[in-house]
Design a protein around this ligand. Sequence first.
Ligand SMILES: [Zn+2]
Length: 270
Amino acid sequence: MTLPGGIMRDGQRLRDYRFKTLTGGDELAIAEAFAADDGVPQRITAILTAALETLGGAPATIEDVRALAVGDRQFLMQQLVALLDTETGWMTADCQHCAEPFDFAMRFGDLPCKPAGEGFPIVTVDGATFRAPVGGDQEALAAEGLEGEAAQRRVVALCLVDSKMPVDVGQLDEADLARIDTALEAVSPEAVTETSLDCPSCGRTCLVDLGIDAMPLPRPDTLYQEVHRIASAYHWSEREILALPRGRRQRYLALIARDAAPSSMMRRSA
Ligand SMILES: [Zn+2]
C-alpha cells in the first residue's frame, strides 16, 4: 500500500504503510478516539496510531503519524474506512439551500487523491526553505484555536526550515503568505475532504463535507453491545472477545443472531 506523500527517514522518502489485522480491542481504541472530545487533528492522530502497523517499513509510532503530511493522514483515514468495511456505498446529506435530505453514492476508499509534487516535502520561496505541513502542525493550530490569517502565519512559522535571510513571519504581507501557501499546496499530497453535488430537489449546488466526522467509523456503544451479546452467549471474558479479529467477531454475532431467530419461530409453531 502506497502513501500519496510518504514519511521522511534519514533523507529518504518512504511511501509504504500497513494497517494492523484489527482486533476488537484495536477497533474499540479507534471508536473511542473517534468519539473523543478533542480537536479533529488530535483524533486523527489517535485513530491512525491505533490502526497502523507500519509506516515506511518500521512500526508506526505516534510521532510518525504526527509527522505525516496532512493529505497522507486524510488518505489513510479513507483507506481505514474501506478496511473496516462499514460503508453501505451510500451517504445522506441535507441540502444547504432547501434543507431536503438526499442520497449520493460514496465509497471513501475509492476517492481520488493528488500525489505529492516534485521535491516533496521541501519547497523554496524567495530563498527560504519550507516543509509541507504535517499533522503535528494541525494539532498545534487546533490546540491554540487559531484560524484564518493567524493560522496561516503560524503554519508558515512552523514549516520554515531554513533561510538565507532572517524571516519575520509577523512582517510577511498577504502576497508573501499567498506565495508560500501556493508553493506548499503544490508540493503537498492532497485527499478529497469535500465534494459539490447538485441537490435533486432544488437543483442548486451543495458542498458536502467528507472529513472525519462524515466517516462511518465504529462507535464505542456498538462495540460494547457486540461484546455484551457474545459474552451473554458464550460467557467469554471481555478481553477474550476483544482479542478476536473483526471477521471472527462478526461470524459469532451472526451465529448468535441465527440461533435467536429459529427458537422464536419454534415458539410460535409450538
Ligand atoms: Zn435543495
